[in-house]
Design a protein around this ligand. Structure first.
Ligand SMILES: [Zn+2]
Length: 392
């Protein structure tokens, strides 16, 4: 049995919590009479990250990915308060995609730590736009139009574990592909695209529900209007995932996107790569050649500091940045990385109430105003303390 005292992230009410047999057994409000410690941690649902490409030298796109490496990445998420996530596999030759699908599916089947944490696979590509700009770092040679048989072969190898597919909807017959994927319970996302207004509308009519990292994986210059950013921003049936690491989107864009869509139509993702978790320095990356992690967490192509080579900061950085860049409070910022993604992918969000599975995190905000960082004090998966410690 675990018991602790914390402050609810949503109501700010101090509470005494008891966890036993994997679920919240009691959650009692404590009157705040000024005798509680100032640094009482915030009690929040475990965070959910729908886009994780790897961590600490392990890439889900590695041709030698092993089930144990899937386990290592899954456990590495604990320290960041992430209790559920989607291993994300990006555009690659067939053999690499097939290997990733079989390996991740095998890990989910055989390793309980993986099964507890993985919500399903996010397949980002290979059905993307091949133009420089929207293509991002996806290798042009392996980009291809959406192909239902190709996708079905991957889904079969993945034991049906592909839960999200990000695609560019400007190809022929995409609405049919989307309808079939949605029929299988797959969340279809628009991303790395050059689609026009009609193509975006057709994709949404067919069931696409997410814009993958809106504002990134895009041309450096766009016609002022119409363009695919406005079209997706204005489409209320699309939720936008945002990389709010402080580098991928400027603060004004984050604030404007959040206001335009509203916080219930946005979610945070980290989109971290295998270089995340490494200290600042230069590294050799399989996809992008030599890359450098700078002191501020920015990951760039070595010697070209203006060219981002991917994301390296965990989703907690996004939660802190939402507090810095916008007028939204901690509840909204945390929900963008927990309740929102849960709803989107169709899993039950963790509510702070008696009887729910204890996938929880304890957070401390830096005392700087605006909040500059979030520190994860402890993480619980299914009621077990998996990272950090319970403050005494
Ligand atoms: Zn991407």
């Amino acid at each position: 049995m675990i018991s602790l005292t914390a402050r609810r992230y949503d109501t700010q009410q101090p509470v005494r919590l008891r966890i036993d047999r994997g679920v919240i057994q009691t959650l009692d409000a404590i009157p705040d009479q000024g005798d509680l410690p100032d640094d009482l941690p915030w009690l929040a649902p475990g965070l959910i990250d729908l886009q994780v490409n790897g961590y600490d030298g392990i890439s889900f796109n590695s041709p030698s990915l092993s089930p144990d490496q899937v386990r290592q990445v899954s456990l590495a998420m604990d320290a960041h308060g992430v209790t559920r996530y989607c291993p994300t596999v990006t555009t690659a030759p067939w053999e690499v995609l097939a290997h990733a699908m079989t390996t991740i599916a095998h890990a989910i089947r055989t390793l309980p730590e993986v099964a507890d944490r993985v919500l399903g696979i996010h397949l980002e590509g290979p059905y993307l736009c091949s133009d420089d700009g929207p293509r991002g770092a996806h290798p042009a040679a392996h980009i291809r139009p959406p192909d239902w048989d190709h996708f079905q072969r991957l889904q079969h190898l993945a034991d049906g574990q592909i839960r999200i597919v990000t695609l560019a909807p400007e190809y022929d017959k995409v609405p049919e592909f989307i309808r079939r994927a949605v029929g299988q319970g797959v969340l279809v996302a628009i991303g790395h695209t050059n689609a026009n207004s009609q193509q975006i509308r057709a994709a949404v009519d067919a069931g696409a529900r997410l814009s993958t990292h809106l504002g990134n994986g895009a041309h450096r210059q766009l016609p002022r209007h119409p363009n695919y950013i406005w079209d997706q921003l204005a489409e209320d049936r699309l939720v936008a995932s945002l990389i709010v690491d402080g580098h991928h989107l400027p603060p004004a864009v984050v604030k404007s996107f959040l206001r335009a869509k509203g916080p219930t139509r946005c979610i945070l993702i980290s989109d971290i790569t295998s270089m995340a978790g490494k200290p600042p320095g230069k590294y050799e990356s399989a996809n992008s050649g030599e890359i450098e992690i700078l002191e501020d967490g920015r990951m760039v192509l070595a010697g070209q500091r203006h060219l981002l080579a991917g994301a390296a900061l965990p989703i907690t950085a996004g939660v802190a940045n939402v507090l810095r860049y916008t007028e939204y409070d901690l509840q909204v910022a945390v929900d963008l990385a927990s309740v929102g993604p849960a709803h989107l992918i169709g899993t039950e969000p963790v509510r702070l109430q008696v009887g729910v599975p204890a996938d929880l995190t304890l957070l401390r905000l830096s005392t700087a105003d605006p909040v500059a960082s979030i520190h994860v004090v402890a993480t619980f998966v299914k009621g077990c303390l998996v990272s950090g410690r319970i403050p005494g």
